[in-house]
Design a protein around this ligand. Structure first.
Ligand SMILES: Nc1ncnc2c1ncn2[C@@H]1O[C@H](COP(=O)(O)OP(=O)(O)OP(=O)(O)O)[C@@H](O)[C@H]1O
Ligand SMILES: [Mg+2]
Length: 178
């Protein structure tokens, strides 16, 4: 996986594979780091062994690589990756921090493309994307709201990609996403 946007797709795909239909993503970043929190309402994980490359629920290949790779990259830059079961809901929460200025850092990549790919890949899944800045969380993308707007004729499928692109570029322009 070449960048963080690819990893984000993988993380949300993991949520979907775990039966989640609601995923919350919170991103905070500065010039020096990229922090991301993702929680879902899927069936949850039993323990930290999911960070072991030999643990996977895939049936096609025995080794799961998305999370161990991202953990390794995050740690190589001085950051971390943590994953846990959410006690109240039984879902999963994951967070990672990667230092962008470190030589081993991966580029952030095209977040706009990742979010629109997710929108179209899983029509039954609602993603809510928040950006945290100065301690304040702002909801910048709400897939449920977008789908309601499509239903009401206020948006159509062809301009959804454009909308997600514009919102992402406005929010993430400082980190030079593609
Ligand atoms: N949100 C989640 N909810 C429940 N289980 C999860 C979640 N995320 C990861 N897992 C578990 O951790 C395992 C490892 O995930 P990881 O993304 O590293 O590999 P993978 O999805 O199995 O394969 P790959 O991502 O390489 O295609 C998964 O197979 C799954 O069993
Ligand atoms: Mg995966």
């Amino acid at each position: 996986m070449k960048d963080l946007a690819d990893h984000l797709f993988d993380i949300i795909e993991n949520s979907v594979n775990a039966g989640a239909d609601e995923v919350i993503v919170k991103i905070a970043y500065t010039e020096s780091y990229f922090f991301c929190f993702i929680s879902d309402n899927g069936k949850g994980i039993s323990g930290q062994e999911v960070l072991d490359p030999f643990v996977t629920s895939r049936t096609t290949r025995r080794v799961g690589l998305g999370l161990p790779l991202l953990k390794r990259t995050a740690e190589d830059t001085g950051g971390y990756l943590k994953i846990k079961r959410i006690d109240e809901s039984g879902g999963t929460a994951l967070q990672f921090k990667m230092y962008l200025t470190h030589i081993d850092a991966k580029p952030v990549g095209d977040l706009a493309r990742t979010f629109s790919d997710i929108f179209f890949a899983w029509p039954e899944v609602t993603v809510r994307l928040f950006v945290i800045r100065d301690g304040i969380e702002r909801l910048i993308l709400d897939f449920q709201k977008l789908r309601d707007e499509i239903e009401q004729g206020l948006k159509n499928y062809t301009n959804i990609r454009k909308h997600i692109h514009e919102v992402s570029h406005k929010e993430f322009k400082d980190i030079n996403i593609i």
